[in-house]
Design a protein around this ligand. Sequence first.
Ligand code: DX5
Ligand code: ZN
Length: 221
Amino acid sequence: MAVHIAPSILSADFSRLADEIAAVADADLIHVDVMDNHFVPNLTLGLPVVEALLKTTTLPVDCHLMIEDPDRWAPGYAEAGAASVTIHVEAASAPIRTLREIRSAGARAGLALNPGTAVEPYAGLLSEIDMLLVMTVEPGFGGQRFLDVVLPKIRRARELIRGRDLDVWLQVDGGVNAETIERCAEAGANVFVAGSAVYSADDPGAAVRALRERAESRYTA
Ligand code: DX5
Ligand code: ZN
């Protein structure tokens, strides 16, 4: 399973999103944080902006839905052409149905767990997903400190995936930077979201390459 670096445009300049995405052409995915001011106390963007971004880039677009009622909204992002659509288990009423709808619309299906949500109760859903997102901050804002306390859950999640012999990517999001990425990779993560670590760098493209090098030095497939 390869290492993937996913810059989060939450920390980019929202008045120049197409240019900010072009600045990270070496990235593997573009991570887009959709927030509704209900599931999280912040408001960002929705489907019309995602549709516009999809026209400006050939990179796969990874939509992280931090919204209430993802059952209602998630399939639309997949139908629009997002490469992956991730819903929060804390917000979904019918996660299996919604994950199946995402997949049948042609996108990879992702399931996200907040820092306080255990992974074990969802082990049975691993066969329904292509990516498990283990949040390493409380969702809602960029630039927060990485929560070390989540590392054992990343390890446990990787064990559960390996134990079932599934090809499920394990994503981490929040506080991932040059200092924390190696610990995440060692614990078994292979998809790394980084917002401030990429977009506050003088050269976002170089930051992506440096993060990938660090992750690859520690990740054992
Ligand atoms: C936070 C978002 C993240 C955010 C990460 O709720 O899901 O994707 O952009 O930002 P950093 O990398 O700055 O912690
Ligand atoms: Zn995110």
